[in-house]
Design a protein around this ligand. Structure first.
Ligand code: AMP
Length: 193
């Protein structure tokens, strides 16, 4: 079996990361792993995981590292999934999560970590539009502000970490989704070559 790329897509809320992660997973034949989507599904289904995480999500706070790491480790322990490749979306978000991910992947390290660069005013406009169109209940103004703040505090340092490891690529996230997607595939293919 040929193995697909193992990717991480890092970006602020509203950067278009979720849409692009789904498209990349489809393009490369791997799994789209969105921790936000997994957690939202758990909340909707009222599972113990959902009951445990709901209050963090509604407030825009980060779910504790050990809880999210457990969720990701469970998915990534599937050897078939690891072999097909994956696109992680919304994970890792903190340095401890990034270190745990390195541990989980040991013999199948990440190929590329891509970060989408999008200016703040564009991010805010997209989040507002999505809140209206999709009616996401965790997109209150306070939760959005807190999520963006936590991106700067907790997730931004990961860019430096992955840059040091030589895995980081920055992509301009401004423009039509099709154009952004082409840029993403371009840099990923270049890295894989
Ligand atoms: P997202 O859909 O990625 O914006 O995630 C929605 C919410 O789920 C976040 O505001 C957090 O409460 C929670 N969440 C998702 N991924 C993580 C993560 N890697 N670490 C901590 N909390 C997370």
């Amino acid at each position: 079996m040929t193995s697909g790329p193992r990717l991480v897509l890092l970006g602020k809320q509203g950067s278009g990361k979720g849409t692009q992660a789904a498209r990349l997973a489809e393009h490369y034949g791997g799994e789209h792993l969105s921790t936000g989507a997994i957690l939202r599904a758990a909340v909707e289904a009222g599972t113990p995981l959902g009951l445990e995480t709901r209050r963090y999500m509604d407030a825009g706070e980060l779910v504790p590292d050990d809880v999210v790491v457990r969720v990701v480790e469970e998915r990534l322990s599937d050897r078939g999934l690891r072999a097909r490749g994956f696109v992680l979306d919304g994970f890792p978000r903190t340095e401890p999560q990034a270190l745990e991910l390195e541990r989980i992947l040991v013999d199948h390290p990440l190929d590329v970590v891509v970060t989408l660069r999008v200016p703040m005013e564009m991010v805010l406009e997209r989040i507002h539009r999505r809140a209206v169109e999709e009616g996401r209940t965790d997109d209150t103004a306070e939760a959005v502000a807190r999520r963006l703040e936590l991106f700067e505090l907790e997730t931004r340092p990961l860019l430096e970490l992955y840059d040091r490891l030589g895995r980081l690529v920055e992509v301009d996230g401004v423009g039509e989704p099709d154009d952004v997607f082409k840029r993403l595939v371009g840099v990923v293919d270049e890295r894989l070559a």
